[in-house]
Write a protein that binds this ligand. Structure first.
Ligand SMILES: Nc1ncnc2c1ncn2[C@@H]1O[C@H](COP(=O)(O)OP(=O)(O)OP(=O)(O)O)[C@@H](O)[C@H]1O
Ligand SMILES: [Mg+2]
Length: 298
């Protein structure tokens, strides 16, 4: 089973949208998928049409070990092949409650240990923070997707985030190759500025960036209010096409252990583009206009 976590401490960059719709796109491609809502905001649960307060057991119980099996918290959604581990606001107390538990970072990994028997993919929606919940997702996952909104401050915080993910993965996941990829979201091809930033991201991060991009599409913003994924809400929409392409790219990508590590990719990027992302930032002159925050911090 591939376990894919959507991670970015920045709010509103498309984590939940990507979690729901990538999971639905996998299901449409006849994969068996488990979507885990690990954000106390419960947006993935709501986005699939559920009332978070209607559940007796949620991912919170899975983390606390108060349900014995994964089956005790799984909901079969209306989409064939797509199951959900829901969440509600009670999860907010997990950060405090679990903070002092020994092995707190392993709770989710243990909770979904048996999932490999029933699912091909597990997709985890994380909150916009790097607390104990995201830590659990980082430890439990084989792949990490960092959605990055293509805008003026696209790179702000990204270097530190990748660094943090790398350190956590090295510490808790020593046997696994890092498999971190960046997904460009809210792309607007018609805007020169969006195209330029997209190109800059590819220049800097190289093949860390998915070929597939997610365009800005109002149907993607509307679909949660209908409680549906974009695959059923707007099957011919740009969003559906984009998320289907992302799911295909993920399905066809080599298994995580066969892919180069993110570190390798970044170092290759550094040589090629003379941008050192880990040891002080140097950005080529022609790119500087886009990253004032980073230039200032060097
Ligand atoms: N490609 C897109 N085009 C248009 N609207 C989008 C797109 N992606 C996401 N949105 C909308 O932008 C808002 C933020 O997206 P989303 O909730 O997926 O971000 P998030 O990273 O999960 O946010 P948070 O950090 O709060 O959990 C939502 O209203 C969503 O419907
Ligand atoms: Mg979200």
């Amino acid at each position: 089973m591939r376990t894919i976590a959507m991670v970015n401490q920045k709010g509103g960059c498309g984590k939940t949208t990507t979690a729901i719709n990538t999971a639905a796109a996998f299901a449409a491609q006849r994969q068996r998928v488990l979507l885990i809502d690990l954000d106390p905001q419960a947006h993935a649960t709501i986005g699939l049409g559920y009332d978070p307060d209607s559940f007796e057991c949620t991912v919170y119980d899975l983390l606390r070990g108060s349900v014995q099996t994964l089956h005790g918290v799984v909901v079969h959604t209306e989409t064939e092949g797509l199951d959900l581990v829901p969440c509600n606001v009670l999860l907010a107390s997990a950060e405090l409650e679990l903070g002092s538990v020994a092995g707190k970072e392993l709770l989710l990994a243990r909770g979904i240990e048996s999932a490999g028997r029933d699912y091909d993919f597990c997709v985890i929606d994380c909150p916009p923070s790097l607390g104990v919940l995201t830590l659990n997702a980082l430890v439990a996952s084989t792949d990490i997707i960092v959605p990055v909104q293509v805008h003026y401050y696209a790179l702000e915080g990204l270097k530190r985030l990748l660094e943090t993910i790398r350190i956590i993965r090295e510490r808790f996941h020593p046997c696994s190759m890092e498999n971190i990829s960046l997904l460009l979201t809210f792309v607007e091809e018609r805007r020169t500025f969006s195209r330029q930033i997209q190109q800059q991201m590819r220049d800097i991060f190289g093949d860390l960036v998915f070929d597939a991009v997610i365009h800005r599409d109002v149907r993607l913003a509307e679909s949660p209010s209908a409680g549906e994924s974009i695959l059923t809400y707007g099957p011919t929409s740009r969003g559906a096409v984009d998320y289907s392409a992302l799911a295909r790219e993920l399905t066809h990508a080599a298994a995580p252990t066969d892919r180069p590590s993110a570190g390798t990719t970044i170092r290759r990027g550094i040589q090629k583009h003379l941008v050192n992302l880990f040891d002080g930032v140097w950005v080529p002159k022609e790119n500087r206009a886009y990253y004032p925050g980073i230039i200032e911090s060097t």
